[in-house]
Design a binder for this molecule. Structure first.
Ligand SMILES: C[S@@+](CC[C@H](N)C(=O)[O-])C[C@H]1O[C@@H](n2cnc3c(N)ncnc32)[C@H](O)[C@@H]1O
Length: 245
């Protein structure tokens, strides 16, 4: 089976050779960084409809983590277009962080549409090195569909634990590698992953993010493996939940 996967990967790489060369020359990345927000804008419409129940369920009790009599301080990592804003509770203070400044235009639109929240700024930084965010300053940190693009998830989780106050929570909804070795999804992920990464801003379908979260040393962890009811079946294996510092 692994020989077939390798042959198919190589065949696909051969067809896509011009793009691999553009990538190697450093030409593809700046183009992709400009176009990716447009892709995410339309993807979000579909994904949010398909995942509405899961997002409502996940974010429904965020307010439980507000420090007493204060507004909930929430940091969203890899915020993209602001896909999660409509699911956050009224009055919540949101700090947005993303490595790609080209999301600003889409983020501003989502902020205008979601005036039940207060926005404390947009930080252009990497989630695995967020020095502008003070230690123990957040009640909640959220990341959705981010870990797939991070080369070093443990470094991000270390930063998450640094910026969360004791008792604060890390919320996640991430697509991950299929664990069912005999499934078509597993096969498709393996064959298509190198080319997928090339076109989708470094996103990997083969991340085992749950292992990193389990090892990160949170005091409490609620993590579920689910098959997300989405049309893009290749990324339907998801982990959803939260971890308390
Ligand atoms: C697939 S999009 C998901 C956006 C949004 N979280 C959502 O659920 O729709 C991944 C986002 O993570 C951002 N990103 C990728 N690497 C990052 C990093 N190292 N630090 C912060 N953000 C990053 C991308 O720019 C993009 O906005």
């Amino acid at each position: 089976m692994s020989a077939i996967i390798l042959i198919l990967q190589l065949a696909l790489a051969f067809i896509m050779l011009p793009f691999y060369i553009l990538n190697w020359l450093g030409i593809l990345d700046p183009i992709s960084k400009k176009l990716f927000p447009y892709f995410m804008d339309s993807f979000t419409d579909v994904y949010n409809k398909e995942m509405e129940d899961q997002k409502k369920n996940l974010f429904g009790k965020l307010s439980d983590f507000a420090a007493s009599s204060k507004q909930l301080q929430l940091l969203e990592l890899g915020c993209g277009t602001g896909a999660n804003f409509k699911f956050y509770p009224s009055g919540c203070r949101v700090t947005c962080l993303d490595i790609n400044p080209n999301f600003q235009k889409f983020l501003s639109k989502s902020q205008a549409e979601n005036d039940h929240l207060t926005y404390d700024g947009f930080l252009v930084a990497s989630a695995d090195n967020m020095t502008p965010v003070a230690d123990a300053s957040m009640d909640v940190v959220v990341c959705t569909l981010l870990a797939c693009s991070l080369p070093n998830t443990p470094a991000m989780l270390k930063e998450v634990k640094r910026v969360l106050r004791p008792g604060g929570a890390f919320y996640f909804m991430e697509h991950v590698a299929s664990t069912d070795a005999s499934s078509w999804i597993n096969f498709g992920q393996k064959v298509l992953n190198p080319t997928w990464k090339l076109f989708l801003d470094g996103c990997s379908m083969r991340k085992t993010t749950w292992k990193d979260i389990e090892k990160a040393g949170f005091s409490e962890l609620k993590l579920r493996h689910v098959k997300a009811p989405i049309s893009m079946k290749l990324i339907s294996p998801h982990i959803i939940g939260y971890a308390v510092k």
